[in-house]
Design a protein around this ligand. Structure first.
Ligand code: PLP
Length: 414
């Protein structure tokens, strides 16, 4: 790392970088420049240590044992629930269900609330910028029930057309399921307005917080959303853990998701009495170690402060936007006024995949392709983009390295 590098005025990015061991590694003899944070973020040493500590010191199954290890593991697991509750300001711990990730959270709603409440002729609204995981479960449900999937269109800048959204809403609308921040464009959607409008017609709202939860302050009570889902691995935590928030009255009335141990109070061959919230939705042994280490990730973010992180990421986004726009033939896809630190682009005559390979040869990790958002790519009539997404540990110097890599690629390929 260059000694002359200027520190961000609010966040000591070099002190933060020292806490992420992977950032010291080389890729093809170059210092790693990790710009694939929207896919998954890197993990600080504290999170890695929390996992190792769990497996080396108090590994045990939870909720059932009375021995010391089981009690310690249960307490740590439940502390993670409290941390997740506080992270999104849910009003109670009962509203926090652990899942495998955002995808499972959405599928859970489709399989439980959806199966119970969606009938033939009902309408579900999503947007044109959804991740496949917020499209396919609803398509499957619509097919099963004879319901209709409607799509909020977007403009050339990648912003939702709210007037069109209002026109789509009717008493037939039963669910609106939209992404808070787009993984492919970075657009931050006006979800509060979307929720209020949906509620005015009596629809229930799910917010996909996979990308927003790491960058923005989340307050599910202020938003008044009915469901909110996100993944640990995008917030510096382990893979395989997600949070599904549902309003208590909905969680109480919805049918169970999976059957098995833990989600029951009593079972006999005539009847099963289900467990209280949130355990009713947590069948089987959960991902204990990763869930425990997830709390360490949330604490890590909290201790640095989301506001500080956001300012740093905004600085990176502004700088990268300015630098990339100057490159010949490069076009940024997604120029919404409100964005998280994601920058997607295409370059004349260069296929994103070729660009990705050239950049990887220089140690720069970007994502190329459709970003699990093929209908969005269709909207822009492109097969895919190259995406650089920034996290708290990224620097301006790394963006300079990307710019040099892009310049060389343009000279070579365009
Ligand atoms: N929704 C959005 C907006 C995403 O960016 C992603 C992952 O990239 C998902 C959903 C799915 O998240 P996961 O793969 O963690 O379940």
């Amino acid at each position: 790392m260059m000694k002359t590098a200027i520190k961000s005025n609010t966040l000591d990015v070099y002190a933060i970088r020292r806490q992420f061991p992977i950032l010291n590694r080389k890729v093809k003899d170059n210092a790693l420049v990790y710009f694939d944070n929207a896919a998954t973020s890197q993990k600080p040493q504290a999170v890695i240590d929390a996992l190792v500590h769990y497996y080396s010191y108090y590994n045990a199954n939870i909720h059932r044992g009375i021995h010391t290890l089981a009690e310690e593991a249960t307490a740590a697991f439940e502390e993670s629930r409290t941390a997740a509750q506080q992270f999104i300001n849910a009003s109670s711990r009962e509203e926090i269900v652990f899942t495998r990730g955002t995808t499972e959270g959405i599928n859970l709603v489709a399989a439980t609330w959806g199966r119970q409440n969606i009938k033939a002729g009902d309408e579900i609204i999503v947007s044109n910028m959804e991740h496949h995981s917020n499209i396919v479960p609803w398509q499957v449900l619509c097919e099963e029930k004879g319901a209709i999937l409607k799509v909020i269109p977007i403009n050339e800048d990648g912003e939702l057309l709210l007037d069109d959204y209002e026109k789509l809403l009717s008493t037939n609308t039963k669910l609106v399921s939209v992404v808070h921040a787009s993984n492919a464009l970075g657009t931050v959607n006006p979800v509060k307005k979307i929720i209020d409008l949906a509620h005015a017609t009596g629809a229930v709202v799910l917010i996909d917080g996979a990308q927003s939860s790491v960058h923005l302050d989340i307050d599910v009570q202020a938003l008044n959303c009915d469901f909110f889902v996100f993944s640990s691995h995008k917030i510096y935590g382990p893979t395989g853990v997600g949070v599904f928030f549902g309003k208590k009255n909905l969680l109480e009335s919805m049918p169970v998701y999976q059957g098995g141990g833990e989600m029951i109070k009593e079972v006999n061959f005539e009847k099963t009495i289900f467990n209280d919230l949130p355990y009713k939705y947590e069948a089987g042994t959960p991902n204990i170690g990763d869930t425990i280490a997830f709390k360490t990730a949330l604490d890590f973010v909290k201790n640095i402060g989301k506001e500080k992180i956001r300012k740093h990421e905004e600085m990176l986004l502004d700088y990268a936007t300015e630098q990339l726009e100057n490159l010949p033939g490069l076009k940024i896809v997604g120029k919404a006024k409100e964005k998280v630190s994601v920058i997607s682009f295409v370059i004349d005559k260069i296929h994103p995949q070729d660009l990705g390979i050239l950049l990887d040869n220089r140690g720069i990790a970007v994502r190329t392709g459709h970003h699990c958002a093929q209908p969005l790519m269709d909207r822009f009539c492109i097969p895919g983009t190259t995406r650089a997404s920034f996290a708290m540990y990224n620097t301006k110097e790394e963006i300079d390295t990307l710019v040099v890599g892009l310049e060389k690629a343009i000279k070579m390929l365009a």
